[in-house]
Design a protein around this ligand. Structure first.
Ligand code: MN
Length: 302
């Protein structure tokens, strides 16, 4: 049997943030690690419960040089962006928003959810764009639940969100080699984790799960040793995300909602948002999230 140290090379506990009514667990970027494959931001939001008349309003804000990947567990978001996209996202579907040279978007509770008591639970990730694509034209892609392949095997129900896993290919655009899956394990369920990508990580969103005899903590990101195989299983049932892809050869810097290989590009984006030089969102151009006040502090990880 594989020893834990041979299999798990890094264990990243999340930082938690209270965003108004709901809690966010952030595993990436972390002090000890910026990226796993192209994934540079990994957030679990919620679960949160809302009474009638309540909901979430992530007001218009900009991104550059990255793509955001929104995946709902429960509830829904209405996505709007400066390309004119206006898309409801519901559990099992994926929204891939590519910022490239710059985009502005908002995510708000849909009116019908807001009218009644509702729930919200989601995984929000950002993927860095390869050097040559950082300044590409922005794009938006919605892939519905029924277009994503599902593997039902060994008491596991696994949805391939990006890339190729267990012999199935997701139809979602990727810019660097990427793997991403939502694995629902029934009690006693098990699924193999293969070395499909150089950099891989496992994240337990809820319930219980273990990897080759090593119990995994919830809301913790486990980075796996390249080339290793293991069996992921659950005694009582659990939900796990698998993410990763090719290692980036050039480092990325993160400041606020911006990601770039160049620090001066981050500061340019900051000035551009402050001066309202980004495009507006048709139908949602009255509000915005301002640049954080104070000295610009570039969060830069080696
Ligand atoms: Mn955003």
């Amino acid at each position: 049997m594989t020893m834990p140290d041979d299999l798990i090379i890094q264990t990243i506990a999340p930082t938690t943030h209270n965003l108004g009514d709901f809690k966010v667990y952030r595993s990436l970027p972390a002090k000890e690690r910026t990226m796993v494959g192209p994934f540079i931001f990994f957030d679990q939001a919620g679960p949160a419960k809302f009474g009638p008349g309540e909901g979430i309003d992530v007001r218009p804000h900009p991104h550059i040089n990255l793509a955001t990947v929104t995946y709902m567990y429960e509830g829904a978001f209405q996505h709007r962006d400066s390309l004119g996209s206006n898309q409801l996202i519901e559990p099992g579907a994926i929204n891939l928003m590519t910022a490239g040279k710059g985009i502005v978007h908002s995510e708000r509770s849909p009116d019908d959810e807001r009218a009644r008591a509702s729930k919200l639970s989601a995984i929000q990730t950002w993927i860095a764009l390869p050097d040559a694509l950082e300044e590409m034209d922005p794009a938006f892609e919605h892939v519905p639940e029924d277009a994503l392949p599902v593997l039902d095997y060994g008491g596991a129900h696994a949805r391939v969100i990006m890339g190729a896993l267990w012999g199935q290919q997701a139809p979602v655009t990727t810019y660097a080699q990427t793997i991403y899956a939502d694995i629902m394990l029934r009690p006693g369920g098990a699924i193999p984790i293969e070395p499909e990508a150089d950099e891989r990580a496992i994240y337990v969103s809820g319930g219980d799960a273990a990897l080759d005899g090593v119990p995994l903590k919830a809301q913790t990101l486990y980075v796996l040793r390249p080339g290793t195989r293991a069996t992921l299983y659950s005694v009582d049932g659990g939900r796990v995300m698998l993410c990763g892809g090719e290692a980036f050869k050039t480092p990325r810097h993160v400041w606020w909602n911006f990601v770039s290989s160049r620090q001066d590009r981050l500061m340019q984006a900051r000035e551009d948002w402050d001066a309202m030089r980004f495009p507006l969102i048709p139908g949602d151009d009255q509000e915005f999230i301002p640049i954080p006040q104070g000295r610009p502090k570039t969060v830069s990880y080696p």
